[in-house]
Design a protein around this ligand. Sequence first.
Ligand SMILES: Cc1cc2nc3c(=O)[nH]c(=O)nc-3n(C[C@H](O)[C@H](O)[C@H](O)COP(=O)(O)O)c2cc1C
Length: 337
Amino acid sequence: MMDWTDRHCRYLHRLLSTHTRLYTEMVTTGALLHGDVPRHLDFNHEEHPLALQLGGSEPADLAACARLGEQWGYDEINLNCGCPSERVQRGSFGACLMAEPQLVADGVKAMCDVVSVPVTVKHRIGIDKVESYDFVRDFVGTVAMAGCSVFIVHARNAWLKGISPKENRELPPLRYDTVHRLKRDFPALTIVLNGGIKTAEQIDEQLTQVDGVMLGREPYHHPWPMADWDRRFFGDAASGIDRDGVEAAMVAYMERIAADGEPWSRASRHMMGLRDGQPGARRWRQVWSDHRLKSWPASAVSAEARRALASAAVSAGFDPGQVASTTPNSASANATA
Ligand SMILES: Cc1cc2nc3c(=O)[nH]c(=O)nc-3n(C[C@H](O)[C@H](O)[C@H](O)COP(=O)(O)O)c2cc1C
């Protein structure tokens, strides 16, 4: 998610779930062809499996960037056909590409021709007021013929005029039935549903109709329930990591990036929701966000934040030992209750 997620955020999410596929924010072909490639493409090896999302429309540029992405080590190249922002429309890519399925197909084919990793597409169910199912069905059909077999479908139209990108994630109504219908009509394709999903129960429900579910905002704000996803959705053992373990691993990571000259707060900002639901979470967050402590080592800030957490828990009548040993499963149940 542009301006929100980055490799530090993905490092946190990967500590919580080994199997969940992670996606970069959209990186434009222009930024890769004319900008600072390492700045846009570098990632931590721990982030795999990881998809690079491209924004662009010119098949030759997409192919060059897909090749770069594969060389950099990405496991999937995803094309954005869902972003409604005016800046993106001026570049003739993002959601407005849904009006040009053949151009998307040409771009997908150009990418498939030069990489061996999967090329996938993320799109909306329609643009502006076009609500006919045929529109999205024909889009998927045309693009699938070019070699794409995975479609991530944000289950609402993109309104290209008059509302902001933020409103475009809330205002057009969600229509999950359209995504379910795509799966029924294209059973051989992998159809992943996106939009408005918050709980593990909602994911379970969608998985009876589609092949996968993508979540954006919810795990960004409330990451901890992800610690139960390997067990619940991927049939693996629970990670066994607790929130203290996640914080300790993030502190080690922050010290690593600080040693390379990057402020550790670029990583800590993504874990503000880690303690949600625990007594003292607000105090813990306040310590981590305190600007006066930014010159301290991350380990010292963590010690201070943990002290604040424990003392707030004691004042609220909780045993701090119990707070520290909360397991992912019970916490997930709390978070989704
Ligand atoms: C700040 C922000 C930035 C976003 N940037 C991207 C992006 O770069 N690429 C993309 O495909 N979707 C982007 N999205 C949309 C989300 O990926 C997702 O499709 C949308 O928020 C609906 O899913 P959700 O309800 O689970 O958040 C962004 C969303 C937000 C809130």
